[in-house]
Write a protein that binds this ligand. Sequence first.
Ligand SMILES: [Mg+2]
Length: 122
Amino acid sequence: MPKLESILIVDDDVSLTKILREELSSVGYEVEVINDSSEALNRLNNEFYDLILLDLKMPEVDGFEILKDLKSKEYPGKIIVMTAYADVENAVQAKKLGADDFLPKPYDLDELLITIQKVLHS
Ligand SMILES: [Mg+2]
């Protein structure tokens, strides 16, 4: 059996990540969740995921900081930024910092799945 593609969700919204984990697991991804952004920084020092779904607005360490950190160490996984503050400025900034794509919250599941496919296989 081929190895499942792995996704790490980094988001401080516990109920959202619970649902998202189920949705992504049910279509065949191997999913992990981190709700604490400083823990995410640590974990990403030595763990590889094919894709990271990254929330921008989090207490302590925000998504931009994590994005910068990942890019500075040339993290090989893909990154999709998701945020409720989906203004153009955030999208542009996230892309500038090296995010592979950007999605607004609340997300549309079909759109999210298409974007994940696209990002993982482009
Ligand atoms: Mg948040």
